[in-house]
Design a binder for this molecule. Structure first.
Ligand SMILES: Cc1ncc(COP(=O)(O)O)c(C=O)c1O
Length: 391
């Protein structure tokens, strides 16, 4: 399909009201996604939730093949979840960890993931923070040197929530491939802006959320679980009617064979349909096209910002993704974010509380994060730069 910006923007009516540079927070969903959610809710309204579920099996099940097509995996390696954090905890809490085991984690780690690791540390698990090289990317030599037989988990956040750097997730996967550790990849800020091929990435688990670059509904997300990792897991703490079969004697249960063991029966059905539509919408445009355009707009924004006095663009690494982070000397990021919103430019303001090893480690308290998506225009980027110049 050719890239038709006009029809994409027509599908994105919010672009008429606002310059939306918040794909890294929660993007503008396209009309077909909103229609699918509303249509499903209307169906529930007219027939009841269980009846709608029975009537709309095909739409509900479509999340598996379309996600599998994006990730290059099998349908039964996909679980629908309520967000990236939810997906991450379902995976992490099922990993068997004993005192003395080790977790290797990255500096790009998101706060909730770090909380999980800190909780494991309280149970005697040893945490090692892998350093970055000077350009803000995980130090692969340091990682290789730490990979001993006690390492049970290697965790990487693919794109940190407040840093444009795209981490070399596939290189990490190649290192972990020769090792029995479970490779847990948080691709929350990558899904929808980058191609994701789980075989190339070499991850055992991968999580992402629906509402950011995927342009899906809120309270949706995906957990990819490689079929071969299931046998390595410990007791799964959250088991629902949808996750397992109960034996007739009432004394046993068997977890389902695939990733559906991580799902709950009660979930946001309309959102599941909406995320499937969002994924198809993305694949129809083409993730390579999206990725190239997002990076082009972000590069233009970085170039524009670096011409302004008092602005520090803080993204590290290379290649850089679609989120542009900066501070303005003498202006609190929170105030600036509010002023930009009032002037018609939506950005967000993450801080070290979200990403202590990254922003905190660089001595940065808060940043303004402007994340244009493929539906934005070059003109919007230039207007955003003008707006910041004026402010
Ligand atoms: C890198 C990263 N991981 C995980 C999450 C959590 O996602 P969710 O809010 O869908 O649980 C976020 C949210 O900002 C994120 O940026």
């Amino acid at each position: 399909m050719t890239f038709d910006l006009e029809s994409i923007r027509a599908d994105t009516p919010g672009t008429e009201r606002i310059i939306h540079f918040n794909a890294a927070g929660s993007s503008l969903p396209p009309t077909p996604v909103v229609d699918a959610v509303v249509d499903y809710l209307r169906h529930e309204q007219m027939t009841g939730g269980y009846e709608a579920q029975a009537d709309r099996v095909g739409d509900l099940e479509s999340i598996y093949p379309v996600t599998a097509e994006y990730l290059g995996c099998e349908n039964d390696e996909v679980a629908f979840c309520a967000g990236a954090g939810d997906a991450w905890w379902r995976a992490f809490s099922a990993i068997r960890l004993e005192p003395g085991d080790r977790i290797l984690m990255s500096r790009s780690e998101y706060q909730a993931n770090a909380f999980g690791f800190l909780q494991a540390e309280q149970r005697g698990v040893e945490l090692t923070l892998i350093p970055n090289t000077e350009n803000g990317l995980i130090d692969l030599d340091a990682l290789a040197s730490e990979l001993d037989e006690r390492v049970k988990v290697v965790s990487l956040t693919h794109v940190a929530m407040a840093n444009g750097a795209i981490q070399p997730a596939a290189d990490v996967g190649r290192l972990v491939a020769d090792h029995p550790a479970i490779y847990l990849l948080d691709s929350c800020q990558a899904a929808g802006q980058l191609p994701l091929d789980v075989d190339e990435l070499g991850c055992d688990f991968l999580v992402y959320t629906g509402r950011k670059w995927m342009r899906g509904p809120r309270s949706t997300g995906v957990l990819y679980a490689r079929s071969t990792v299931l046998g390595q897991l410990g007791a799964q703490p959250f088991i629902d009617g949808r996750s397992a079969e109960w034996s007739n004697d009432g004394r046993h249960y068997d977890l389902l064979g695939g990733a559906m063991r991580f799902e709950y029966g009660e979930h946001f059905h309309a959102g599941r349909v909406g995320l499937a539509v969002a994924t198809r919408y993305m694949l129809d445009i083409g993730i390579d096209t999206i990725s190239a355009r997002t990076q082009l707009l972000a590069a233009r924004l970085r170039d524009g910002l670096t011409t302004l006095d008092r602005i520090d663009v803080l993204d590290q690494g290379g290649p850089k993704g679609g989120a542009v982070t900066f501070t303005v000397d003498g202006t609190a990021s929170v105030d600036l974010g509010a002023r930009l919103r009032n002037a018609g430019l939506a950005v967000s303001v993450p801080g070290r509380r979200n990403t202590q090893f990254d922003l905190g480690g660089r001595g940065i308290d808060t940043v303004v994060r402007a994340a244009p998506h493929y539906f934005n225009t070059e003109d919007e980027v230039d207007r955003a730069v003008d707006l910041l110049a004026a402010i």
